[in-house]
Design a binder for this molecule. Sequence first.
Ligand code: PLP
Length: 378
Amino acid sequence: MKVSDRVQEVPPSGIRRFFELAEEMDDVISLGVGEPDFSAPWAAREAAIDSLERGRTSYTANRGRRDLRESIADHVAERYDLTYDPDDEIIVTTGVSEGVDVALRALVDPGDVVAVPQPSYVSYEPGIRFAGGEPLPVPTSDDEFKLTADALERAGAADADALLYCYPNNPTGAIMTEDDLRPVAAFAREHDLTVFSDEIYSELTYGHEHTSIATFEGMRERTVVFNGFSKAYAMTGLRLGYALAPADAVAGMNRIHQYAMLSAPTTAQYAAIEALENCDDEVAEMVSQYDRRRRFVLSRFEEMGIDCFEAEGAFYVFPEVPGGDDEAFAEELLQEHGVAAVPGSVFGEDGEGHLRVSYATGLDDLREAMARIETFVS
Ligand code: PLP
């Protein structure tokens, strides 16, 4: 059957090739996954089960259940001191993935330029292209993978229409502090950029509170914030996220969502209310375990003499690979030593020479995987 030119122009994701290779092998420890190894908090699962037992299996309002949107508004107000109207300024989506997709299709016109800090999450450039936009790669700082106003300027983002990023970052684990974000916000205001801020890893920071760019003066009106339940609440398979934006942007997103999706999964919406309202302790426990693993992995790379900047967010570290050829390194590491990790070049040219190592894996496996990496590099 004919596949559209629009689709054929976008290459398939490079991550899959490594998972397929890994699946064919025995005794592989995977440091390649981008999802929590925990289960969702029991109270959230129970709320989902309860909703099924009561037969709550119909569609919800297009924008999501009103009580969930109220919980989201309360959570965001408490966390960031930002007010979003549950009726007009919040939309519940099928994961952040759908949120980013509908936002790009609703707010980006054909030919619009969207600046994307590099290396970047694999879905962004395809998403921009599917929406008819042009991605503009923006290098980040070499040492810490932070986005700066200077880099935006040098890349020509002053003439762009929008900026799309995620911090805490996938694949590098970098974060942007309040001081880091302030000049980026000023740049966006000065050059009238719409900002798409994917904050899906907002709860997973170590030693720093997450700052949302929407909190800076004049930014709430030009920012779409995406967040969701996949990472902080270990609910990847329940497929639930949300977007916060000014009413006209949410109405535009809902125009696509109501035709393409109707509504996000109902069972997950019940779980999400419980997650937001009653699962802070479980989230704190998961964060503390990620932090222990993060420190372990960083210290092991240091012992091996492998350069790895101190990632302070998400559940990834991004070491430099000895020899610089990340594809060859990842392939040999997998085939000869049974450790799967993702070559940095999958995340764009600026990821070349690095490996994305996920520590969303138990400490025992991490110990064994790091020992195998040590054997390989020595
Ligand atoms: N955004 C980023 C930066 C991610 O890393 C991921 C998943 O890895 C997603 C979005 C997808 O999130 P969801 O499961 O909510 O669709």
